[in-house]
Design a protein around this ligand. Structure first.
Ligand code: RB5
Length: 155
């Protein structure tokens, strides 16, 4: 399963990706499945996507105008490694080396081969080995930062 969501800027791109994945018989969970989005803030969307990725133990796709804002939001959730990718190489390496679990895309970027990026991201496995040690270090940083009020309680 792939969890997907977008803020108001990414509705059309999200639909395009869902169609693409469905053609490939990939199970998709759209967590922002409403058509009248007018003011959905990317931090809220990033949070919803992230919680669903953790719940379903799967990969996610998060879309905002640049991909940057939503990646910052997703990366605040413990256990999420979100990466903005603008080409296939980035998508491949962030799965192989970083074990990224959320792909962030920019709906307002031009000349991006979105389908190729998505296909590469979802079909590339984490290499493990020395990269596991580095990802473990990221998790240690996360663990050292825990505390505070869960954001979802204020939504
Ligand atoms: C919304 O205008 C825009 O700021 C948002 O989609 C995203 O690009 C933020 O990083």
């Amino acid at each position: 399963m792939i969890v997907i969501g977008s803020d108001h800027t990414g509705i059309e791109l999200k639909k395009r990706i869902i169609e693409h994945l469905k053609k490939k018989s990939v199970d998709v969970k759209d967590v922002t499945n409403f058509d009248d989005q007018t003011g959905d803030d990317y931090p809220d969307i990033g949070y919803i996507i992230s919680k669903n990725v953790l719940k379903e133990r799967c990969l996610g796709i998060a879309i905002c105008g640049t991909g940057i804002g939503i990646s910052i939001a997703c990366n605040k959730v413990n256990g999420i490694r979100a990466a903005v990718c603008t080409n296939k190489y980035m998508a491949k390496m962030t799965r192989q080396d970083n074990n990224a679990n959320v792909l962030c895309l920019g709906s307002r970027l031009e000349n991006i081969d979105v389908e190729d990026i998505v296909d590469t991201f979802i079909s590339t496995d984490f290499t493990g080995g020395r990269h596991q040690r580095r990802v473990d270090k990221i998790q240690k940083i996360e663990a050292s930062q825990k505390g505070g009020v869960e954001y979802g309680n204020s939504l």
